[in-house]
Ligand binder design. Sequence first.
Ligand code: CDP
Length: 310
Amino acid sequence: VLCWFYVFPVYRLPSDKEIVEEVLRQGEDWQKNQTGIDLYRKLLSECCDPKRMFAVTKENSPVGKVLWYDGEFYYSHTVNNNTYSLFVQENPLQLPLKKCAVVGNGGILRHSKCGRDIDQADFVMRCNLPPISKEYAEDVGTKTHLVTANPSIIEKRFQSLLWSRKDFVDSMKVYGSSYIYMPAFSMRPGTDPSLRAYYTLADSSSNLTMLFANPEFLRTVGKFWKSHGVHARRLSTGLFLVSLALGLCEEVTTYGFWPFSVDLDQRPVSHHYYDNILPYKWFHAMPEEFVQLWHLHKSGTLRVRVGRCA
Ligand code: CDP
């Protein structure tokens, strides 16, 4: 039987309504498929070597190494003594990670009561320094092991750290002793704010560890999904994390991935669980990405949670 996710990407993306219907048809059924998990881990290690390459490390980026920015045309940084000193020695994660939860920021998380499920994972990944205060804990949990931070957040929310840095240091406390994963070498204007974020945390003797995303890893992951039919100018942060998780974890569950305007009861849903600010339409292709995630869900390779957890 040809399913819509095989047919539609060629002609058109299914409408929000069609996706809701398809997700409802599948219901809460999910069966883990070890062959699928092993296959994706193999494919991802062949294309992108996440274990060795996901972060910039002293091991993969010695002094003199040229880091080509993945979000710029022909622009690079050559590792020097200063930048080298900021890199971790090697991949610091204790591998393999067992159960991983990748938490997107979709409004579908609101009232989901998925917090407890998320906190039960061995490794929790979140996107873009999201709010996880008491108000949201029941729905999104409280634990974090890795959180991404886009340099644009440092610019907008923390005035590029050129003024007070206390606000930034205080805001980071909710993430405990997790890894902050920053694409410092992706876009030219992002490098300085990322380095300032590093120094700010180092100077405040914070428990967080800064990891710079390796632009080579981001580029190869982008190519991998392009060959699977995701035609975005740039992948969303969430799909980068899912790819990382598929490469490093024994089991992956996603929460908060739902880039559609209505929920499973056809009620309007906000873009984020904490606001309704929409992304630039032309930049990401989140619905296309969801189709891929759903494909992996149906094949038992990862589990996509979109309904309520309790
Ligand atoms: O910066 P970006 O637009 O990539 O991310 P975000 O809005 O902070 O959300 C984090 C991630 O959650 C996104 O990268 C998407 O993968 C996912 N997301 C989703 O699937 N559906 C939504 N309505 C919002 C976010």
